[in-house]
Design a protein around this ligand. Structure first.
Ligand code: 4NP
Length: 157
């Protein structure tokens, strides 16, 4: 990944609802702005490993014209803490779990909270839509969309 200025890994629980949307929006953003940034996503657990994003996520993203081709769920691996410059947690519990997993502890400063980059909010989580409705999936999209410029501005120097 040496030709990239930054590599970002978005992390949620299942890697089928929230982090794939962040990955796809980040890829779209860096493509539009011609930024040398590598984006990927992963889940803390492997319940959905090898699966496409959730059908409700695909439907919502299709409505927004966001390309989700090629996205397949995978479980976070230990090597990700070395391979990526930043591991970006989609909510507070994921952030805390990443902080307990990281070893050696010097890598801790790679772990960020997604909504930490959003100005004018005290919210810390992109709410998990898995047991929710279409409007919860729309909220995931809207939060991820508005955070993307600020996140890239902060991390891509
Ligand atoms: P995600 O949503 O973490 O945004 O991908 C979830 C997906 C699956 C489950 C929970 C949350 N699950 O319990 O299987």
């Amino acid at each position: 990944m040496s030709h990239y200025r930054a590599s970002l890994l978005f992390v949620c629980l299942g890697n089928i609802c929230r982090s794939p949307v962040a990955e796809a929006l980040c890829k779209s953003f860096v493509h539009t702005h011609n930024l040398p940034v590598h984006c990927d996503s992963a889940g803390l657990h492997g319940y959905h490993s090898g699966e496409l994003p959730d059908k409700r996520t695909l439907k919502n993203c299709q409505q927004h014209g966001l390309n989700m081709d090629g996205l397949v769920s995978r479980k976070l691996k230990r090597d990700d803490f070395y391979q990526f410059d930043y591991l970006i947690a989609m909510d507070q519990p994921v952030f805390e779990k990443l902080n307990t997993m990281v070893n050696p502890p010097e890598l801790k400063n790679k772990i960020k909270l997604f909504r930490y980059f959003e100005t004018n909010t005290s919210e810390t989580c992109v709410p998990d839509p898995y047991y929710g409705t279409d409007s919860d999936f729309e909220l995931v999209y809207q939060i991820c969309k508005r955070v993307m410029p600020e996140l890239n501005q902060a991390l891509v120097k």
